[in-house]
Design a protein around this ligand. Structure first.
Ligand code: GCU
Length: 593
């Protein structure tokens, strides 16, 4: 390659990429109020995998390079000649060659922008992109986001070319790295790419960025707490809130930060899985208006009890990954509905959406269909708890998840982590996440899958005192063959708050039958659950089988597994119900609530 080129970066700079670690999005300033018109950018995008990060090294985002006389110079890429892939999708599922690809994928398309109003602002919103995503508009880097499962938005307004074609580029990188959340090692498949919707929102100069409404905390059933954030507004801006079915129509005013806060008297019907009652809520300002369906309910604890709307409830749960054969994590609304229907068929009243935020639409459907949810971020196993980048990423993801779903009645538990070593740094790390949940949303419970201390056979995790519901993952009958270990732990564990089993289970290859002590048979998996339910009876406030469906995991290399974790109660293709499915179904139907 000739050294005539002006730009010697790629010759001189060992790590030219860090210059692009700028413009990180602020998790509290994303456009969250999505109950308004949008223009979808989904569809075919030009795409390439970029194994050596050449797009960044060679600044291909500059598109056209000319010499001093303005003559075009050769550029090793031509966006519009690249192949196309579907957005949203995971690149792994778009082409066989991309199946195990971990690295950068470059997406690009153009769109013609015609302003509709003089002062309009244009916001780009992505449902998620795994893991890191940089956004370019018309050769300019305008935003960067990390975290593979939470939404983010970037304002395009000042960089848009009116009445002209505009080029958008998304550079997405799913390379695993030790300082990320999750870190290098985890028990699920690392699908990459833009796997949730990409939309444009046109909003006025002052727009409703976020609207938070819920029954006021501390068991108040006749008071609504409201907090509406108007971006670009100072104090005194009128904001109207209407809930016609409650004959509620009030005008509030923003404070100096553009936030209108208030407590309003109203007595809504209470949302519950049996009665998923939703209300139309409209919020408007002079130039803007959003609409949303919201349910109202209280979730609290009282000693060891969990109370939904003041009534004791037993959490009949199931865990679930976000995965669909052939399409990775890019589930359609129909896929999502099927997942909730199959959990309902199992007799569940709650789903643990593990181990990362699933699509926003899951919570909207759960609101509508009457399914409680446990949502969490992938603070999974060992992380670099002391590392500021890791801390920032986890706090970012927690904030984005809570801001995204805090209006969802179905969501009752925020999970701040899963099976993390009980170190000082970890405790500080996860306490900070609990604080974020409580600051942004005092109406829900926090939890974490804590560690069992097998030396003393008890739940002795310092995090327990900082979370509302203590959860344990335990596999007595599988990773430990002696079932009775569970009974010992439950006997030894003295807690002043609710305890749930957040995971238990055994691998069983669909259709593989044998003696009930033979591993990987359906009989053994069924027996495992019978034993678990017997031994935990009366000592817990919730039970979550690991897991609804078999799922892909590169760490499962046994000949029965072949790249799958086979602990599903239902096969990977969602068609075959294993023997244990009936065990859980009978049990869930026997628990009256
Ligand atoms: C762990 C972990 C899961 C994992 C499961 C298993 O507890 O939280 O992500 O898949 O055990 O071993 O199957």
């Amino acid at each position: 390659m000739s050294t005539m080129l002006q730009d010697y970066d790629h010759l001189l700079n060992i790590d030219p990429l860090s210059q692009y670690d700028i413009l990180t999005t602020n998790p509290e300033s994303h456009l969250n109020a999505l109950g308004r018109c949008k223009e979808s950018l989904n569809g075919r995008w030009h795409f390439t995998v970029d194994v050596y990060d050449t797009f960044l090294r060679k600044k291909f985002f500059e598109e056209r390079v000319t010499d001093a006389q303005g003559r075009a110079l050769p550029v090793d890429c031509d966006f519009d000649q690249w192949e196309t892939v579907e957005v949203p999708s995971n690149w792994n599922c778009q082409k066989k060659e991309y199946w195990y690809f971990e690295g950068s994928g470059i997406y690009t398309r153009t769109f013609h922008y015609v302003p509709k109003a003089p002062d309009e602002r244009v916001i780009l919103h992505l449902g998620a992109a795994n893991y890191g995503c940089r956004v370019w508009l018309n050769t300019r880097l305008i935003g960067r986001h990390t975290g593979g499962f939470t939404p983010f938005s970037v304002e395009l307004t000042q960089h848009l070319k009116p009445n002209a074609g505009n080029r958008l580029i998304l550079e997405v990188n799913n390379t695993r790295s030790v300082d990320q959340v999750p870190s290098l090692n985890y028990d699920w498949f690392n699908y990459g790419g833009v796997f949730r919707s990409v939309d444009l929102y046109r909003v006025p100069a002052c727009y409703i960025r976020d609207s938070y409404i819920a029954l006021a905390p501390n068991n108040r059933y006749d008071t609504l707490a409201v907090e509406i954030t108007v971006d670009g507004a100072g104090s005194g801006i009128p904001v109207w809130l209407e809930i016609p079915e409650l004959s509620l129509s009030v005008m509030l005013h923003t404070d100096a930060f553009g936030v209108a806060k208030s407590e309003l008297t109203a007595k809504p019907q209470l949302w519950s899985p049996q009665n998923p009652k939703l209300y139309r809520v409209m919020v408007s300002t002079e130039g803007d208006r959003i609409e949303e369906l919201v349910g109202f309910r209280q979730i609290t604890t009282l000693g060891k009890k969990i109370l939904l709307n003041g009534q004791e409830i037993f959490l009949k749960g199931v865990c679930c990954h976000e995965e669909i054969p052939e399409r990775g994590r890019a589930l359609t609304p129909a896929d999502q509905r099927q997942v909730i229907l199959q959990a309902k068929e199992l007799g569940c009243n709650i789903m643990r959406l593990s181990h990362y935020p699933h699509d926003r639409n899951m919570a909207l459907l759960a609101d509508e269909m009457g399914m409680l949810l446990w949502e969490e971020i992938p603070v999974y196993w060992a992380l670099c708890f002391e590392n500021p980048t890791t801390q920032a990423s986890a706090q970012n993801q927690m904030t984005e998840l809570v801001m995204r779903d805090r209006n969802r009645a179905s969501v009752v538990l925020w999970g701040v982590g899963n099976e993390n070593p009980d170190t000082e740094a970890r405790l500080d790390f996860m306490r900070a996440l609990v604080d974020i949940c409580k600051r942004l949303d005092p109406t829900r419970l926090t939890t974490a899958a804590c560690l069992v201390d097998i030396d003393v056979m008890t739940v002795r995790d310092r995090l327990c005192q900082y979370i509302d519901v203590v959860a344990i993952n335990e596999y007595y009958g599988w990773y430990y063959r002696d079932y009775t270990g569970l009974a010992t732990i439950l006997e030894n564990t003295k807690l002043d708050r609710p305890l749930v089993i957040s995971e238990t289970g055994a691998d069983a290859l669909s259709g593989h039958h044998g003696m009930d002590e033979e591993l990987f048979t359906e009989e053994h998996q069924a027996k495992m659950y019978q034993k678990q339910l017997e031994l935990s009876e009366g000592s817990i406030q919730g039970f979550f089988p690991w897991i609804l469906y078999d799922f892909r995991s590169p760490i499962r290399l046994n000949s029965y597994q072949q790249g799958f974790n086979r602990k599903g109660l239902i096969s990977y293709d969602k068609t075959h119900r294993k023997l244990a499915h009936r065990v859980i179904q009978d049990y869930s139907c026997s628990v009256k609530n």
